[in-house]
Design a protein around this ligand. Structure first.
Ligand SMILES: [Fe+2]
Length: 200
């Protein structure tokens, strides 16, 4: 079996503990359990430095969250350890529901999954960063998804009301559901975990 780098394994362990602590809905807990069981087996890891986008200058502020939760502090610490290797990207598919400042106001990074640090197709773990007052476009995808939110920020599922999970908030997106997110007056940071396999 391939050994994960120490920094990525630290992040995986921290993410496992944090998602386990904060994912509450039964479907989210089942999904998270499946994802982190799959992650007991690693896949080939990309080597070399990552690449940032200009919006990443907001990372320091986004990562300096004020939380008493040790698991979230550990997740941030683990994320800082791998962030220099991530390739931050802009989403290119938009549908007009995004704000005018969206393109330069956000960045996504795949940590584990297609194009991620650890290349695999059975699951995706990644992160979204946004500057204040950005609305991400409506989107949907076949894999189910669990979010873990590390900042202020608001989310919408389907045609539902916008809601604020808060720091440590977590919620479940069923397969194919339309969803969106928007930042408020502070930088936005949220992790997402998608189960792309056929095991559900
Ligand atoms: Fe999503």
């Amino acid at each position: 079996m391939i050994e994960r780098s120490e920094s990525l394994q630290f992040f995986v362990d921290a993410a496992s503990a944090a998602f386990d602590q904060f994912a509450k809905a039964p479907a989210a807990r089942r999904s998270i359990r499946q994802i982190f069981t799959l992650l007991e087996h690693s896949a080939p890891e990309r080597d070399g430095p990552g690449s940032r986008l200009p919006v990443c200058k907001n990372l320091d502020e986004a990562l300096s969250i004020n939380t008493p939760e040790a698991s979230l502090q550990r997740l941030i610490e683990g994320f800082k350890g791998i962030e220099p290797n991530l390739e931050w990207r802009q989403r290119t598919r938009c549908d007009g529901t995004e704000s005018a400042n969206f393109a330069d106001g956000h960045a996504n990074a795949m940590i584990i999954g297609p194009g991620g640090l650890e290349e695999r197709s059975d699951l995706w773990i990644g992160v979204t960063l946004m500057v204040p007052h950005v609305r991400y476009p409506d989107h949907d995808h076949a894999p189910e998804e669990v979010y873990l939110v590390l900042s202020k920020g608001e989310f919408q599922q389907g045609e539902g009301e916008w809601f604020s999970p808060g720091i440590g908030g977590s919620f479940y997106n069923e397969p194919g559901i339309k969803h969106a997110m928007r930042s408020v007056e502070t930088p936005f940071l949220a992790f997402w975990a998608l189960l792309a396999g056929e095991s559900h």
